[in-house]
Ligand binder design. Structure first.
Ligand SMILES: Nc1nc2c(c(=O)[nH]1)N[C@H]1C(S)=C(S)[C@@H](COP(=O)(O)OP(=O)(O)OC[C@H]3O[C@@H](n4cnc5c(N)ncnc54)[C@H](O)[C@@H]3O)O[C@H]1N2
Ligand code: MOO
Length: 401
């Protein structure tokens, strides 16, 4: 049995010993949720050229005669739409221009259509409306050529897809998805069990892990038969990079995960951790493949995944933590809690803003099997073994959403 810090140190070592993530090229349409494996510098600025921000009329301020009048008239010449390269500005005229169209060389101001009057094909506009640069989006004002747009390790969502599209990227390099083989086991999950129970852990873990950009394959072994479990392990091992089992890792007569793994030649990285909930957590390696054996209680499974499995997988797939929801939130505790001398405890909490500071409040939990507490909580606090959290203490929580 190891303590929390020893388990984390062993997992960090195990992560280092894993092969470097492989990359592949995918089309932009499949980029969402994947981890970028290349840096992206702008080869095209945005906007690509000086363009009009309004439907209106392009003119050159220097052309406007100072007549001392409040209004001025200009003949209308060209008609410029987005997608065409307009001829240069003609002195003393205005050109009709649509939003997004390129500003003709020599023009430096756009007056919105609704600000002018038309009289016999001539434009009448207020002098006070005319100002150099008005309603013009300048080339590169969002970003010039050469600016860094994205860096490797970025988990891609619609924001990054927009940047990739701006560079006309049809293909991009991403890390190959780490494949997770997920096995739940227990005779209570067979459809025909006398006392059939709802199987929660594979949907729970799939939802957690897929949101990290991982590829998850699941298998529920609805029996307490050791051979069935062994067959499932072999089948899943062949199609995954990391194996996760839930249930059957404690000391009951039907807890077959450990003996099956040992029979298949797996070595133990650690067996049980001094944490609550989640004590039975065991990590093994089958060949080079990491195997996380999580306790069956869904609350314990969720906590072990958040504090052990996900940090391990994040380091494996090179994902930058700032590219996701911030990994922790900080605030003061509104309650006190003491962890036993040797056991690190996890407490579900809510987080609310009070003045300039966040405040954590404990959410009641029935322990390792409780899943409702997570829906009432926004985060989890870790209270190290032997330590007391007092009211007003500053602390950090892992957010749950
Ligand atoms: N004599 C001892 N008994 C137990 C100990 C111990 O140290 N000595 N540890 C307890 C702790 S702590 C935990 S946690 C559990 C973990 O046991 P297992 O990992 O072997 O899990 P199971 O016995 O298979 O199941 C426990 C519980 O969770 C339910 N479960 C399991 N899998 C799922 C699933 N996929 N979906 C929903 N619910 C699941 C299962 O029905 C049981 O109710 O052991 C304690 N016992
Ligand atoms: O560790 Mo168990 O998960 O507390 O019930």
């Amino acid at each position: 049995m190891v303590d929390y810090d020893q388990a984390q140190a062993l997992l960090a070592q195990l992560a280092k010993s894993q092969p470097a993530p492989q990359t592949e090229f995918i089309p932009l349409s499949q980029a969402r949720g994947r981890i970028l494996a290349q840096n992206l510098k702008a080869s095209t600025p945005r906007p690509e050229a000086d363009i009009s921000a309004m439907d209106g009329y392009a003119l050159c301020c220097a052309d406007i005669p100072d007549t001392g009048q409040s209004h001025v008239t200009l003949p209308l010449r060209d008609y410029i739409t987005a997608g065409e390269c307009p001829p240069p500005h003609q002195n003393g005229t205005a050109a009709t221009i649509l939003t997004g169209a390129r500003i003709p060389l020599g023009a430096d101001c756009v007056i919105a259509r609704e600000r002018v009057e038309m009289c016999d094909g001539t434009l009448r506009l207020a002098l006070s409306d005319i100002a150099a640069g008005k309603n013009i989006r300048r080339e590169g004002e969002e970003f010039p050529t050469g600016s860094t747009l994205l860096t490797a390790g970025q988990k891609l969502d619609w924001r990054h897809v927009a940047l990739l599209a701006s560079q006309n990227m049809k293909q991009l390099a991403v890390y190959k998805q780490v494949r997770i083989g997920l096995i739940a086991n227990g005779a209570e999950f067979a459809d025909n069990a006398q006392d059939c129970r709802a199987e929660i852990n594979t949907p729970l873990l799939t939802a957690m892990l897929e949101s990290l950009g991982l590829h998850v394959v699941t298998r529920v072994v609805g029996s307490d038969n050791r051979q069935d479990l062994q067959n499932a392990v072999l089948e899943m091992e062949a199609q995954s990079d990391v194996l996760i089992t839930t249930g059957g890792i404690s000391v009951g007569q039907t807890d077959h995960v450990l003996p099956v793994m040992e029979q298949l030649g797996a070595s133990c990285l650690f067996r049980r951790v001094k944490i609550k909930p989640g004590k039975p957590l065991t990590v093994m390696t089958l060949g080079h493949k990491p195997v996380f054996c999580l306790p069956g209680n869904p609350g314990a499974t969720a906590i072990c995944t958040l504090f052990f499995v996900i940090p391990f997988l994040r380091s494996l797939i090179n994902v930058k933590s700032e590219s996701d929801i911030p990994y922790t939130s900080d605030g003061r505790s509104s309650f006190s809690f003491s962890s036993p001398a040797e056991t690190t405890c996890f407490v579900p909490v809510t987080y609310a803003q009070s003045g300039k500071e966040g405040v954590f409040t404990a959410v009641p939990s029935r322990g390792a099997s409780d899943i409702l507490c997570f829906s009432h909580a926004t985060g989890l606090l870790l209270i190290p073994a032997g330590q007391t959290l007092n009211v007003g203490d500053w602390c950090s929580a892992i957010p749950l959403n």
